[in-house]
Design a protein around this ligand. Structure first.
Ligand SMILES: [Zn+2]
Length: 355
């Protein structure tokens, strides 16, 4: 065994009370090593919050592994880079049409949720899975009531992606399914190395990624809430991975990540959205969306409007956007430009979904 479990005591700085007292508290575990490619960001200053449910600690702030994974895949799969160029051509064509979401009935995306667990508490309930699907449906139709928190200058940009997520009712062979697949593993924790997607590494293999949105729910190390793969990448690993205690709105989901927004954020990447600050530290990065202001860095926690960076005053960073790093109760919207990118994805590289 290369990994050694490290028991963590509850942090004095924890943000949330334990959900309930456990009669037999199990120790939580954190891998000593990060993934082979490492994590570029420094570890959080505040140690993760332990809880009594026998599940992973809740990271104090949002961290998403998507860009690290993306940069690794680009190196490993030379065709991915060209695929991205072609996808961006499709986005440009869609932008020229001047429409954001597709009109009419929503695009329905069948979802398979792979619950990969070692401890019973990691084997989250059907109700918790369904609470996540419900949260996705609100956020991707802009029917989330907390969109009222959007600062006035941006209220007109709040947009519905007109997407509906449904747990798959047919498996790849056409048999009836609940869309929830449970896989027991010997792994204490997974990293951003895609191991959770491979049976040979203790994970669960993807269902055909052109037909389903694959969501893996597991314990993740490295302080990650999740990671996703952009469209155009290798099919075997396509989908999103979410930390189990940041998944859904009930069960083991813990504040400040218990409104299902980690999945909203990662599915945004899966539909080709970039981080709102453009993944640089010098105001030069872009999220390839015109109606989101430039921002210097991610915002964490619960910022107060306005937070001005990159000469983006008076309104500042659009930290209420799902593609920033704020807490679940602070991110409430996609913009029209972001919806256009997602629509282009559904009409381009992900056009077989739901068909
Ligand atoms: Zn992200």
């Amino acid at each position: 065994m290369k990994k050694k479990a490290t028991p963590k005591k509850a942090s004095p700085a924890k943000k949330s009370p334990p959900a309930k007292k456990s009669s037999s508290p199990k120790k939580s575990a954190t891998p000593k090593k990060s993934s082979p490619v490492g994590i570029s960001a420094p570890p959080p200053a505040v140690p993760p919050t332990a809880n009594s449910a026998g599940t992973a600690p809740v990271p104090p702030t949002r961290k998403c592994g998507t860009m690290i994974v993306h940069n690794r895949l680009i190196e490993q799969h030379p065709n991915f880079r060209q695929a991205l160029v072609n996808i961006e051509r499709g986005v440009a064509r869609r932008m020229a049409l001047g429409l954001a979401a597709r009109a009419g009935a929503p695009t329905t995306i069948p979802v398979v949720v792979h619950v990969v667990f070692k401890l019973p508490a990691e084997n989250i309930s059907d109700a918790q899975v369904k609470s996540q699907i419900a949260a996705l449906n609100k956020d991707y139709s802009a029917t989330n009531t907390d969109k009222s928190k959007t600062p006035a200058p941006w209220k007109g940009l709040v947009s519905s992606a007109n997407i509906q997520f449904v747990l798959a009712t047919k498996d790849p062979k056409g048999k009836a399914t609940t869309g929830i697949i449970r896989t027991q593993t010997t792994k204490t924790s997974f990293s951003d190395d895609d191991g959770v997607k491979l049976a040979s590494k203790g994970g669960a293999p993807a269902w055909p990624t052109d037909k389903y949105l694959n969501i893996w729910v597991c314990t993740l190390g490295g302080g990650l809430l999740g990671y996703a793969q952009f469209p155009g990448g290798p099919v075997a690993t396509d989908g999103v991975v979410i930390l189990n205690v940041a998944f859904g709105t009930t069960g083991t989901a813990k504040p400040p990540f218990n409104l299902g927004r980690s999945a909203t954020h990662e599915v945004g990447h899966w539909l080709n959205l970039r981080h709102i600050w453009g993944d640089t530290e010098h105001c030069e990065g872009s999220d390839f969306v015109a109606d989101t202001p430039k921002a210097q860095l991610p915002n964490f926690g619960k910022p107060v409007f306005p937070h001005v960076t990159c000469n983006n005053g008076p309104n500042g960073d659009m930290f209420v956007n799902y593609m920033d790093y704020v807490d679940d109760d602070t991110m409430v919207m996609f913009t029209t430009g972001q919806v256009t990118r997602m629509t282009a994805t559904l009409e381009g590289p992900r056009s077989k979904l739901g068909k």
